[in-house]
Design a protein around this ligand. Structure first.
Ligand code: PEP
Length: 250
């Protein structure tokens, strides 16, 4: 059995005081979750968030990391610094990073390697654009993203990778993939991994769904055999909604 994960990606939202109050509300409403719960606040809040989360069992993720370990990279934050702040996870390859900051699969592989070297677990995002889906290129697009990262890692690194399938057309748009569409792509990703890395690795891989996941649609999405939880954007900014989504994961 794979332990499910629900991760809240706050993106560039919430002031320090608002973040603290959001965590306080989540903590007061969340009773004994059976899945792993992770929040990913902006970098600047990580060290504070570690304190807000003390004793809660909720884990911490960064939303990005630098592809280098240290040096003259003004404005960047290294995986080691993230680890020092008490985070256990880092999100890499979010479609907003790919789109607005032109992050390529090659760069994202370097970021993944730096994260793993610094003992962070990686939530690696893949997903097709609307044009790719409409031209029936969605399986190829996702295959390329998985192949350019996951298949290039050593066997012992794979247990620290979680894949998040986030169709770009579903992120922040209110257009959720149907449970059938999500299951189809998750099963496809797992089959790719099985072909290349074997059944045991494929069976252990956690694949999260992301893209307009809400308290209403989470139960059906998480009810799919290959959906192991969610990466949640907008709905993670409201404690009541986020908690309902966590509860939907079991
Ligand atoms: C995300 O940012 O990863 C995401 C899935 O956003 P939203 O839930 O708002 O679509």
């Amino acid at each position: 059995m794979r332990t499910r994960i629900v991760t809240g990606n706050w993106k560039m939202n919430r002031s320090l005081a608002e973040g603290e109050s959001l965590v306080r509300d989540i903590r007061s409403q969340l009773k004994g979750p059976k899945c792993e719960v992770i929040i990913a606040p902006p970098f600047i809040h990580l060290a504070s968030a570690k304190k807000w989360l003390e004793g809660s069992g909720i884990k911490l993720a960064a939303q990005n990391c630098c592809s280098e370990n240290d040096g003259a990279y003004t404005g960047e934050v290294s995986a080691k610094m993230i680890k020092d702040c008490g985070a256990e996870y880092v999100i890499i390859g979010h479609s907003e990073r790919r789109k607005y900051y032109h992050e390529t699969n090659a760069l994202l592989l370097k970021k993944t390697e730096r994260a793993l070297e610094n003992e962070l677990k990686v939530i690696y995002c893949v997903g097709e654009t609307l044009t790719e889906r409409e031209s029936k290129f969605h399986f190829d697009a996702v295959q390329q993203q998985v192949q350019d990262m996951y298949f290039l890692l050593r066997g012992d690194q794979l247990e620290n990778i979680i894949i998040a399938y986030e169709p770009v057309w579903a992120i922040g748009t209110g257009k959720t993939a149907s449970p059938a569409q999500a299951q189809e792509m998750h099963a496809y990703i797992r089959s790719l991994v099985e072909q290349k890395k074997g059944k045991a690795v494929a069976d252990a891989l956690r694949i999260l769904y992301g893209g307009s996941c809400t308290a209403d649609n989470a139960p059906e999405l998480f009810g799919q055999a290959d959906v192991d939880g969610g990466l949640i954007g907008g709905a993670s900014l409201k404690a009541a909604d986020f908690v309902k989504i966590v509860q939907a994961a079991g």
